[in-house]
Design a protein around this ligand. Structure first.
Ligand SMILES: NC(=O)c1ccc[n+]([C@@H]2O[C@H](COP(=O)([O-])OP(=O)(O)OC[C@H]3O[C@@H](n4cnc5c(N)ncnc54)[C@H](O)[C@@H]3O)[C@@H](O)[C@H]2O)c1
Length: 193
């Protein structure tokens, strides 16, 4: 099995179990979070997410084995990673629109550290099309890399048409996001990931 250097951005209820799972599979994982108390807790081998079966033991084991560390430096975490997974909140505001502020802060930090040929996976649930139209331009602007030729971004299962059953989506292979249509010189995307 290939083992990757992975950055997991956002060590919350979804991000920490994901980071611990990947670290438990032998990948070298750096988790990042804006909360210093979360980072300190993880680096001490403690899970701050209490309602996830087995997570306390899993975090203790992968921190002890050196497969999981945590930091508040998202750019630093990303600069050493072949895969960056972003899982920070996007909530719906009072105006019924997605509030992208947390995500955008995370994306700018990821973009600054993004390495050529890295893969970025957005696990945050987003409106359909937002990964291509909203996320990709930020990553391209901050990294100077181009989606498709400089970095890859498979479609995330959270970004799905409302009519698509979730179990079908999770079983489906991920496929590459194309570059935003506003870029006339788009290279052909790869055909599969
Ligand atoms: N893809 C999936 O399968 C799936 C499943 C459930 C939820 N979600 C989505 O995942 C998102 C996160 O959910 P959660 O329950 O883990 O949230 P959470 O609130 O438990 O955790 C989010 C973490 O992100 C951190 N954070 C916020 N801004 C950050 C930034 N700029 N940089 C680094 N860390 C930052 C927070 O400090 C927090 O620890 C939600 O938007 C939710 O819709 C996705």
């Amino acid at each position: 099995m290939n083992r990757y250097r992975v950055a997991v951005v956002g060590l919350g209820k979804i991000g920490l179990p994901l980071a611990a799972h990947l670290a438990g599979r032998g990948h070298s994982v750096v988790g990042s979070d804006i909360r210093q108390d979360v980072v300190d807790s993880v680096n001490a081998g403690r899970s701050h997410v209490m309602d996830e079966a087995g997570l306390t033991d899993a975090v203790a084991a992968v921190v002890a084995s050196g497969h999981l560390t945590a930091t508040t430096d998202t750019t630093g975490a990303t600069s050493g990673a072949e895969v960056a997974i972003v899982i920070v909140p996007v909530v719906i505001g009072e105006d019924k629109q997605p509030d992208y502020r947390s995500l955008d802060i995370a994306l700018r930090a990821v973009g600054k550290g993004l390495q050529k040929d890295a893969t970025v996976i957005i696990e945050t649930t987003l409106p359909v099309g937002a990964t291509r139209r909203h996320v990709a331009p930020i990553l391209e602007a901050e990294s100077g890399l181009r989606l498709g030729s400089g970095f890859q971004m498979p479609r995330a299962p959270g970004e799905r048409p409302p009519s698509t059953p979730r179990h079908w989506t999770l079983r489906s292979p991920r496929w590459p996001i194309r570059r935003p249509r506003s870029s006339p010189s788009s290279p052909r995307p790869p055909t599969a990931t």
